[in-house]
Design a binder for this molecule. Structure first.
Ligand SMILES: NC(=O)c1ccc[n+]([C@@H]2O[C@H](COP(=O)([O-])OP(=O)(O)OC[C@H]3O[C@@H](n4cnc5c(N)ncnc54)[C@H](O)[C@@H]3O)[C@@H](O)[C@H]2O)c1
Length: 319
């Protein structure tokens, strides 16, 4: 199978490229490096079956040859990133999804959209199941991302209904692991890099808001199962193990063995109070559920960040 991974040099996309190549698939990675890094796929550049194309999917998508599947992951994904790139985020969700859908249609390929739990907004239903329509502020500080993804879901659905395209929608809940950027602003990379540097660990609000975090290997397994299932979705993929943000911060500090203090900063606008996926559908239809315990996943993530920060420090001192 020849698979196009749009956004393939990002956190999730690069893990997906690794996994697909390991399974014997050919991979065409497309990225414009807006929020991702070439270094995430550097180790794949000489691998037979891997190709890297620098393209902005919001402008054009050109892939020669046959394509069996198109995975649309190209979008800023962290609140800091999409606040920094609001128009780019909306264009990625709208034009990027349109262009990658057109590629899938032209090639007769299956199309898989990486949507998000953010389509549920600040949810009034808990846990969130796929039938919930969401509670989203269309002009709020997260609207460029939430509405871009809601539009992308609608467009994907229209292509399925109007053109009979084989499409799939997954709604990804907070995922963490190696290759997140230290400066991407999401809670786990922020806590880990702060604690490793011995800086105060900054928790938003009183830290009683909850998140359910999924280790990247678990998520990638769910994505691959969805890709091969032929199902349309939408299907939630995430870890239903719910934790408060303050407990997550405490666990990170404990696992690092750091004496960094935990301090409190104002909560950003429209920050969801609760977040937990109902994964009944994924369990039933894909036989999937996360298996990596949060402590194990955090230890692997901490190890990776520790080596990243060491490399950064070496670069700074020129050692
Ligand atoms: N990580 C999560 O917890 C999570 C949760 C829900 C949904 N998602 C979705 O998964 C996808 C990947 O997220 P991530 O966490 O890996 O983020 P990321 O920022 O690490 O990856 C996104 C990649 O897309 C690229 N990109 C952005 N705009 C582009 C464009 N116009 N053309 C080509 N490439 C472009 C970026 O350079 C980057 O490499 C996103 O669509 C995101 O919305 C992620």
């Amino acid at each position: 199978m020849r698979v196009v991974v749009a956004g393939g040099a990002g956190f999730l996309g690069s893990h997906l490229c690794d996994r697909l190549l390991l399974d014997g698939e050919e991979v065409v990675c497309i990225d414009n490096f807006l929020t991702g890094r070439k270094s995430n796929v550097e180790h794949l550049l000489d691998r037979p079956g891997f190709e890297l194309l620098e393209q902005d999917v919001a402008e054009r998508v050109e892939v020669a040859g046959t394509v069996d599947a198109v995975l649309e992951f190209a979008s800023p994904a962290s609140p800091l990133d999409y606040a920094r790139y609001p128009i780019e985020t909306l264009k990625a969700g709208a034009h990027g999804t349109l262009n990658t859908l057109d590629l899938a249609r032209a090639k007769g390929a299956r199309f898989l959209l990486a949507s998000t739990s953010e389509v549920y907004g600040d949810p009034l239903v808990h846990p969130q199941e796929e039938s919930y329509w969401g509670h989203v502020n269309p002009i709020g500080p997260r609207s460029m991302y939430d509405e871009a993804k809601r539009f992308a879901e609608a467009l994907t659905t229209a292509y399925r209904n109007r053109h009979g395209l084989d499409t799939a929608i997954i709604r990804i809940f907070n995922t963490y692991g190696p290759r997140m950027r230290t400066d991407d602003g999401r809670a786990i990379p922020a806590f880990v890099s702060q604690a490793l540097r011995g800086e105060p660990v900054t928790v938003a609000g009183d830290g009683m808001q909850t998140r359910s975090v999924c280790y990247v290997d678990d998520l990638v397994e769910g994505i691959v199962r969805m890709l091969r299932s032929g199902l349309p979705g939408p299907v939630n993929l995430g870890n239903p193990h719910e934790m408060t943000i303050i407990d997550t911060a405490r666990l990170v500090v404990e696992l690092i063995g750091s004496d960094a203090p935990i301090t409190f900063v104002p909560r950003p606008g429209d920050d969801p109070m609760v977040r937990r996926p109902d994964i009944t559908l994924a369990r039933q239809q894909l036989g999937w559920e996360p298996v990596v315990d949060v402590r194990d996943g955090l230890v692997r993530t901490i190890e990776w960040f520790a080596s990243e920060l060491a490399t950064e420090a070496t670069g700074r001192t020129g050692a």
